[in-house]
Structure formats: structure tokens, C-alpha cells
Design a protein around this ligand. Structure first.
Ligand SMILES: Nc1ncnc2c1ncn2[C@@H]1O[C@H](COP(=O)(O)OP(=O)(O)OP(=O)(O)O)[C@@H](O)[C@H]1O
Ligand SMILES: [Mg+2]
Length: 337
């Protein structure tokens, strides 16, 4: 996993205590958390989250501490500039969704707590840094397929539809426009690529990877969560165009996977989902969105101008891009609160 921290290592940083504050952090007085280095075992750095193993009591199932940093990635490259506060917004949104979903009883989830005071061995400044941006979770063996549900035609779904009339091999009606609502939400799985971009796969290929029974279960659960979540989002003025879930099998006291399938990772955040404002929604064109589309557009401009080649390291982000991006995440969190 550590090797997957693409682009992180290249950024100039000052180490302050056990967290790393970046030199490129905007000087607006907000604490940006770019990378953590807590005195806990087994750190793994994803593009956005740093994951640690929590001290185990013998015989009890292993727990993880999942820390949402302020890193932001686009085009699979981690930017050298953090978006201060983004990790807290992501955590708030995820936790809100776990609380909404759990009583629906669709599938168990890994979320245990967002409290940090019961984690042993942390200094006060670590606890302050972690507050609001971390979750303790049950550890899982993660199924290596990204479970994507799409209710609208956008992104790679729209690309494939234009080329072949399908999305991940799912046949769609003719004559759909960009961002049109699909007659039924579709399940479009993707591989969890160890390096580089995730790749859409057909349901048949997913069956080959994980077995037909598990694939069917993941598809059904994904679509059921998507339906419930999109209804709630709509009531709050947001279209949930698509979203990605990860699932895993809960580990037992010996660290071995059990049969208990759980929803893991972050859920229904702007990093894992495409949310559009309901007001002003009109198919036939791209929609404004509550995510990093603003950043992506700016990056495309940099690439078009020959200043960036869409590979690490990413360009240093101007304060305006950071502020605009933060504002979009903040608005999503406010609407979903
Ligand atoms: N309960 C859990 N048990 C084990 N691993 C988990 C659990 N929940 C989330 N994870 C993993 O923690 C990591 C979170 O980090 P992050 O989302 O930043 O990674 P990422 O760059 O998206 O990488 P990946 O492609 O592996 O998801 C992911 O690899 C995710 O699969
Ligand atoms: Mg992830």
C-alpha cells in the first residue's frame, strides 16, 4: 500500500510533531493535514486516507483508524497542495451516511466511532489533529472490485455510451443525452487497480474475479444503497448521479476473514460520488458538481497550456483553486447534514 502513495513523497514538507504540514499549504491560518505519521502500527497511505491498525486486545476483531487527510487527487495524481479542512468535511459526510444507512439494514458496515479520546498512546496535538477527520472501523479483507452504481449518464459511462451504446457492457436505450437519467440505475463495476487508473469491467468479468454469488450480492446491495441514498440526496436538492462503494469481509480475532460482508471505506462523499445541484439540472450538457470538477477543469487548462502532463507531481494549486474546491465540498456537507 505504501508504494501506492503516488505523488505524496515528492512534495516538499516540514515535519511538525507527528503530522506533516506542507509548505504549499495556503497561509490562511487553517491547519492543513497533508500526511500523518502517528505512533500506531501498520500505516498505509492511500491517495487521500492514512490507515493505521489500532492496538489489538487478544481474541477481539482487529480495528483500524482511518484518517481523512486534506490531500486531493485528480486524474489519479495526488496534488502537492492540500485543501485545508477537506478531510473533516469528507468524514462528516461519510459518518452521516453510515448513520442514515445502518437502520435500513441493507448490509452491515465497518464504522465504529468517530471519537478519538479512547485511542491509547496519542499526544494531545495528535488527538486535536484527528478530531473530526478520523473513524475507527472494523478491519476487513477488502473485495478488490469497486462497486459503482449509476443513475445518470456521465463520466466514463457517458464516454462508453457514445462509443458503444453501453455502460460496462450494460445495454442502454438509444438516444440518451449527456447526464440523462437512466430508466433504471445500473451496476458498473471496476477493478481496484494497484497502480494507475481503475478500469471498468463487465459483470461477467467481475463474476470471474470474485465468483457469481458474491458478484450478484454486491450488485444488489450496491443498487439498493444507491436507491436509498439518491432519494435522500434528492430531498436535499442534490442529484446523486453515481457513486462507488467498497465492500469487505470482516476479520475475526485471529485476523482471518469471516463470512460477514460489510460496507467499508468512505461512503457517498464527493470524492466517491458525483453530486449535482438539482436546481438548474438539464441533460444534454455537463452539470456543475459538488466535487473536484472545478479542480479537474483547472488542471485540464494547465495540461492544455503544456504546463502539466497529467502525471506526478501535480502542479501547485493556486489559492483560488483551493478556495473554490473547498467551497464545493463545504456546500455538499451543508446540504447533506
Ligand atoms: N474496513 C476496512 N478494512 C480494510 N481496509 C479498508 C477498510 N476501509 C477502507 N479500507 C481501505 O483503506 C484505504 C483508504 O485509503 P484511500 O481511499 O485514500 O485509498 P485509495 O488511494 O483510494 O486506494 P484504493 O484504490 O486502494 O482505494 C483503501 O485502500 C480502502 O480499500
Ligand atoms: Mg479510496
Amino acid at each position: 500500500m505504501q508504494a501506492k502513495a503516488r505523488g505524496i513523497g515528492g512534495a516538499p514538507a516540514d515535519t511538525i510533531g507527528s503530522m506533516t504540514a506542507l509548505r504549499h499549504a495556503p497561509a490562511d491560518g487553517t491547519d492543513a493535514v497533508f500526511e500523518t505519521n502517528l505512533p500506531l502500527a501498520g500505516r498505509r497511505c492511500g491517495k487521500v486516507r492514512d490507515v493505521y491498525a489500532l492496538p489489538a486486545s487478544p481474541g477481539t476483531p482487529p480495528r483500524l483508524l482511518v484518517v481523512a487527510t486534506d490531500r486531493i487527487s485528480a486524474f489519479d495524481v495526488v496534488m502537492p497542495t492540500p485543501v485545508p479542512g477537506k478531510g473533516r468535511l469528507l468524514t462528516e459526510i461519510s459518518v452521516g451516511w453510515f448513520r442514515f444507512l445502518r437502520p435500513l439494514g441493507i448490509v452491515p458496515d465497518h464504522f465504529l466511532s468517530s471519537r478519538v479520546d479512547d485511542i491509547p498512546g496519542l499526544a494531545p496535538h495528535d488527538r486535536a489533529m484527528l478530531a473530526g477527520r478520523s473513524m475507527t472501523c472494523r478491519a476487513a479483507r477488502v473485495v478488490q472490485v469497486e462497486c459503482v452504481a449509476r443513475g445518470y449518464l456521465a463520466g466514463s459511462g457517458w464516454q462508453e455510451y457514445q462509443a458503444a451504446g453501453t455502460a460496462c457492457g450494460v445495454e442502454l436505450p438509444r438516444g440518451l443525452r449527456q447526464c440523462d437519467r437512466l430508466p433504471e440505475p445500473v451496476f458498473t463495476p471496476a477493478t481496484k487497480a494497484a497502480e494507475g487508473h481503475d478500469e471498468n469491467i463487465t459483470f461477467e468479468r467481475m463474476c470471474d474475479h470474485v465468483g457469481g454469488d458474491l458478484a450478484a450480492r454486491l450488485r444488489d446491495v450496491t443498487l439498493e444503497i444507491y436507491r436509498a441514498a439518491s432519494e435522500r440526496a434528492l430531498a436535499r436538492g442534490m442529484i446523486l448521479a453515481d457513486t462507488k462503494f467498497e465492500f469487505g469481509f470482516a476479520l475475526d480475532g485471529g485476523g482471518e476473514p469471516t463470512e460477514e460482508l460489510m460496507l467499508v471505506d468512505e461512503v457517498l462523499t464527493p470524492d466517491s460520488s458525483r453530486y449535482w445541484p438539482l436546481a438548474g439540472y438539464a441533460p444534454g450538457r455537463d452539470q456543475p458538481s459538488f466535487d473536484k470538477q472545478y479542480l479537474r477543469n483547472w488542471l485540464l487548462g494547465e495540461a492544455a497550456a503544456g504546463r502539466w502532463r497529467k502525471e506526478p507531481p501535480g502542479p501547485v494549486l493556486p489559492a483560488e483553486v483551493v478556495a473554490q474546491t473547498h467551497a464545493r465540498y463545504e456546500e455538499a456537507a451543508r446540504l447533506l447534514a
